[in-house]
Ligand binder design. Sequence first.
Ligand code: HEC
Ligand code: HEC
Length: 303
Amino acid sequence: MRRIGFAFAILVAAGLVGWLLTTPQKIAESALPDHGPDPEAGERVFWAGGCASCHASSVDGRRARGDARLLLGGGLELDTPYGVFRVPNISSDVEDGIGAWSTAEFVNAMQAGVSPAGRHYYPSFPYTSYVKMPVTDVMDLKAFLDTLPGVEGRVAPHTLEFPWTLRRGIGLWKRLYLDPSPVLSVDASEPLVERGRALVEGIGHCGECHTPRDRFGGLLTERWLAGAPDLEGSGRVPNITPAGKTISGWSVRDLVYYFESGFTPEFDTVGGSMVAVQENLAELPRSDLEAVAAYLKAIPAVD
Ligand code: HEC
Ligand code: HEC
């Protein structure tokens, strides 16, 4: 009897600790800096962040291109080993999108992975990268999203396998993998490399595809950008450290040209899930693309 009582007490204690450890942690409105958001700067953040690759409403069942990428009605299905995620409407529609959200609510989604209702988001929304962005960039991005048209209609819920249906468990995962600090320490005397780091590690979330994951889905930072299985297509996402089979021979100019045009120095064209990334990168000023290239040249080669 005493043993049962003891086991029960442990269970209750474990449950309580589990509950506390998984409680969504919000960023307080008062913690936001005094910053007048700039929608033009926000547009750059939008393209660098690839929001449209996932959130643009598809056109006749196909991926949106050109200006249609600014209609953020969602609906894209991400077919993953955990089930199917359906990307939500983040247009400025006040009913179906996020038009009614405050800046603080938006910052919480982007950097704490917490919804206005206080629930965890799944990391299929790459906030583990966006947490590394300066919060002022996130505020600018919200100001830009507010300028885009509203799109009506809500997206159907995700279809996930148990236990992934339990959002609360993501709280534990976040304790392991949600980290605002930079991945690599780069030479801070090189502003171009530093800017490239912000673009690649943070907003550009390049590591989400180019870095392999451990069995809990966290990025293996010791193999940062060293290539990974392609979760969206088939085959592999290439190594883009200086040891990468293809890009080891590319100059900074070759890299910038690839980001601008989608052509490799061998006159191959970009393929797979990189197509949408490249189309977004092409919207950025050349100086940003040079920064990305400088960072890729400066990081350690990983075989
Ligand atoms: C790889 C695909 C992907 C990319 C890229 C992406 N998102 Fe999302 N986003 C998602 C998914 C999936 C969800 C739903 C997460 C959930 O239900 O827990 C989501 C949810 C959100 C939400 C919460 C919406 C709601 O109704 O609660 C916001 C806000 C959001 N994303 C903004 C952005 C912005 C801004 C960007 C670009 C900086 C971006 N996302 C880039 C996949 C993506
Ligand atoms: C959605 C997944 C995804 C994201 C995010 C992504 N990439 Fe890629 N990347 C790929 C795939 C897949 C390829 C292979 C393309 C091909 O086969 O033509 C690739 C190819 C490349 C190449 C050419 C390398 C080679 O060997 O052909 C470079 C350089 C590159 N990516 C840089 C980046 C940078 C910089 C970012 C962030 C701004 C980024 N990628 C984000 C999936 C991604």
